[in-house]
Design a protein around this ligand. Structure first.
Ligand SMILES: *Cc1c(COP(=O)(O)O)cnc(C)c1O
Length: 351
């Protein structure tokens, strides 16, 4: 539905809502969350919230959580800003760092919410193609002259990573700020969180929704110099991390690190087996360093419908630049992966 010009800002007129096709399905492999469950100490912290302390506000800027995340990331707490999911951190960063009318460049395909977060902040999204080897194209990104350049590595939905050389070149030449989204860093061989210290024009964004298994609690954060972090914090505003979320996150960071590391190892092994099974079916999944695999399949929407009838949900992408139609499948426990491969095999047989 489109609001009349008297009600809506012009920039909002064509902004879509996130598609909320709610999936109730035996095996939901559509959102890249931790399919092994929630970390045990975080679960215990949530149970203990029954003490009723939530009649009060949480801390305005989640200082205790900043300290714990700073220790995890190897920086001082003044280098951390948190938010209601990394979605909130990304949107706040765009609002803080670009004037309305300026542009944000990204390599397509990438995180589907980025052009939306740009537009709801009056910023113009500009996409440039990835290279033939699934790397970012630093020169093409720089040539846009964009105020903000967004890079996701490992990239959603491809699972591929930006090379160190391309990232270094990008940061040396970027005309404005670089946002590096590392939502899937825990699953990758390499992180570039070091770039936050290399330049005060870099913000590295992370989340507790994926490896840490806390998506429903909405906890994201970014690492950058105190100067850039302070601007994002102003834009974000107070009280964005709920008391429940902060307590669970603190417990997970203090007591569940071994559990998380074990689940990350499980996810990586599962992802590699999944890719191998897909190749056995004659498919050509992209090389992934995340907890999911993107596999090009013409007519992916019809294939996904057939999989749904067999109780398995995967995320459909149609007409991705230089990929075409594809399914993105989250890596999970072996029993789920067997269901997924059976469902895909059945779906392909009737396509
Ligand atoms: C899942 C995801 C996020 C959002 O995570 P939240 O912290 O749950 O908001 C951000 N970026 C990318 C690339 C993602 O895939």
């Amino acid at each position: 539905m489109t609001a009349s010009p008297e009600i809506a800002r012009a920039a909002y007129r064509d902004v879509p809502l996130y598609s909320t096709e709610s999936i109730s399905c035996d095996v939901d492999l559509s959102d890249n969350t931790n399919l092994w469950g929630a970390p045990p100490a975080a679960q215990q912290a949530i149970r203990e919230l029954a003490d009723g302390s939530f009649t009060r506000y949480p801390s305005a800027y989640a200082l205790a959580l900043k300290e714990a995340l700073a220790a995890y990331a190897g920086v001082h707490q003044s280098w951390i800003v948190t938010g209601c999911g990394s979605d909130d951190v990304l949107a706040s960063a765009i609002r803080a760092l670009a004037e309305p009318g300026q542009s944000l460049a990204f390599c397509a395909p990438s995180f589907a919410m980025i052009p939306v977060f740009a537009r709801i902040n009056g910023v113009v999204p500009v996409s440039v193609p990835m290279t033939a080897t699934w790397d970012i194209d630093p020169d093409a990104l720089i040539a846009t002259g964009a105020r903000i350049i967004y890079v996701c590595s490992p990239n959603n939905p491809t699972g591929t990573t930006a090379s160190r050389a391309a990232l270094d070149r990008l940061i040396a030449g970027a005309p404005g700020v670089v946002i590096l989204d590392e939502a899937y860093a825990e699953f990758a061989e390499d992180s570039r969180i070091d770039l936050a210290a290399a330049s005060d024009r870099v913000l590295v964004v992370r989340t507790m929704s994926k490896a840490f298994g806390l998506a429903g609690l909405r906890i994201g954060y970014a690492v950058g110099t105190p100067a850039i972090v302070a601007e994002v914090e102003k834009s974000r505003g107070p009280y964005k991390v709920s008391m429940a979320a902060e307590r669970a996150a603190l417990a997970a960071l203090a007591k569940d690190r071994t559990w998380v590391a074990a689940r990350v190892a499980d996810a990586r092994a599962s992802r590699d087996r999944l890719a191998e099974s897909l190749r056995t079916l004659g498919l050509a999944p992209l090389p992934s360093q995340a907890n999911f695999v993107l596999v090009p399949i013409p007519g992916a929407a019809a294939v996904a419908r057939q999989m749904r009838e067999r109780g398995v949900a995967a995320r459909v992408f149609e007409g991705l630049p230089s990929i075409g139609d594809a399914l993105r499948i989250t890596a999970g426990p072996a029993s789920m992966m067997e269901r997924a491969i059976d469902a895909l095999q059945g779906a392909l047989a009737c396509a």
